[in-house]
Design a protein around this ligand. Structure first.
Ligand SMILES: Cc1cc2nc3c(=O)[nH]c(=O)nc-3n(C[C@H](O)[C@H](O)[C@H](O)COP(=O)(O)OP(=O)(O)OC[C@H]3O[C@@H](n4cnc5c(N)ncnc54)[C@H](O)[C@@H]3O)c2cc1C
Length: 382
């Protein structure tokens, strides 16, 4: 993106991108430091984002969304990571949770939840990971046992993005604990004043400190069976597998935003910083490093543009998405590490953007399916 104009970026999307960039600069960037201290975004910002059309842009207008496609979601992720203003969990809310409800929800569920998600009145989280089950998702222990017209839910989740603020939680649980994948369902919990539901700590992370990543606890929580996402139990794992390629592609686009910003910051810094009387950029090592990084960024733009084109056409396959996710997240971490090195000691100071990029991008190699798992998926097709 930046000077580069990808083929999926239509005139309408370019206008949308400008308004996202403005919103990010005016409503997110100035608050990031304060949010990092309080460990969460202000709820009012979610409402403002809703007013400005920044939430659920890929959801049809009849459900309150922007009527766009996944390119709209990708732009938001890319812009927030480029601006180092990713505390607001819009990826999880708009690009992931909303599309689960759109794709698998009943008409009643879509009408009930999507318009309020688009307005920011409802903030969502998707809760898969447990203390004892991350990558091995089929081994989750949180269970929802049917009791008449209700499910009784017991268990706990950890590392949940938007966990502290969430009003609506897409809970991945076992409706049949005797099974692995086939026992998994997604149940949508409206958690306001829900007896037995409790939030734990907002977790103290290395970076992304303004993001309210939390623990969640469920003790005999009762929800109506109509809160099962869709109409059939045991479909949760298939639903997750179908949606994960898109989630991985969004992570890759976030990585692209971060690597472009890192390079831009470092070129600027090395032009200004004098060593031995000359700009740091004049040293051959600096020039070679930056030339290599710029080449990588160009390759990333070209590859990810192609992937996004495919995603918009609903043609992105799981293996290509896995390649995009592991490669882009690895490259961004490498580039940012090299860029930090070129900043010297200043690179280690949080007031410098490169330091914040360094801590914020690290988990990209872990979440959304770890990079090792991505390579395993690819290797299985060899
Ligand atoms: C900032 C952040 C936000 C998150 N947000 C959410 C969220 O909103 N919702 C949610 O549900 N979860 C979320 N997660 C959790 C994330 O998805 C998990 O951390 C991730 O799936 C890895 O699981 P784990 O931490 O249990 O690691 P483990 O599964 O214990 O993995 C440990 C190591 O073993 C490796 N490994 C595991 N299996 C294999 C294998 N088969 N082959 C080779 N290596 C393997 C992994 O790659 C990893 O390096 C978040 C995590 C972070 C850090």
């Amino acid at each position: 993106m930046s000077e580069y104009r990808p083929s999926w970026l239509t005139e309408d999307l370019a206008i949308f991108q400008q308004s996202v960039r403005r919103f990010v600069a005016e409503e997110l960037v100035p608050h990031e430091e304060r949010w990092a201290k309080q460990q969460h975004v202000d709820r009012e910002t979610w409402l403002k984002a809703g007013e400005m059309g920044m939430l659920c842009p890929g959801i049809p207008e009849e459900y309150g969304g922007g009527g766009g496609n996944h390119a709209h979601n990708a732009i938001i992720g890319y812009e927030t990571y480029r601006a180092i203003a990713s505390s607001m969990g819009t990826n999880v809310h708009s690009a992931i949770s909303a599309h689960y409800i759109l794709r698998y929800g009943t008409e009643e569920q879509k009408q009930r939840w999507l318009p309020k998600m688009a307005s920011g009145e409802l903030i969502t989280a998707i809760a898969m990971t447990e203390p004892g089950a991350g990558t091995d998702l089929q081994n989750i222990k949180t269970k929802a046992i049917r009791d008449g017209d209700h499910y009784v839910i017991n268990g706990s989740k950890t590392f949940i993005t938007n966990g502290y603020l969430a009003d609506l939680i897409l809970l991945v649980c076992k409706t049949d604990p005797s099974q692995r994948a086939k026992g998994i369902s997604i149940i949508v919990l409206e958690v306001k004043d829900l007896p037995g539901f409790r939030r734990g700590r907002i977790l103290d992370k290395i970076g992304q400190k303004g993001q309210d990543t939390s623990e969640l606890f469920f003790d005999d929580v009762r929800v109506p069976v109509t809160n099962l996402l869709g109409t059939e139990e045991g479909k949760g794992f298939v639903q997750l597998m179908q949606q994960l390629p898109e989630e991985r592609m969004f992570i890759a686009m976030n990585a692209l935003g971060a690597m472009e910003r890192a390079l831009e910051e470092t070129i600027k810094y090395t032009k200004e910083r004098k060593v031995f009387g000359n700009p740091l950029l004049d040293m051959q090592n600096t020039r070679f490093k930056l030339a290599e990084m710029q080449t990588t960024v160009t390759i990333a733009q070209t590859f990810l543009n192609d992937c996004l084109d495919k995603m918009v056409r609903h043609e992105l396959d799981a293996i290509t998405a896995a390649k995009a996710k592991w490669w882009a997240s690895t490259q961004t971490c490498q580039i940012i590490d090299e860029c930090l090195q070129l900043h010297g000691g200043y690179g280690y100071m949080l007031e410098y953007p490169i330091a914040r990029l360094y801590i914020n991008t690290r988990p990209m190699r872990i979440y959304g399916g770890s990079n090792e798992v991505m390579k395993d998926l690819i290797a299985r097709t060899l």
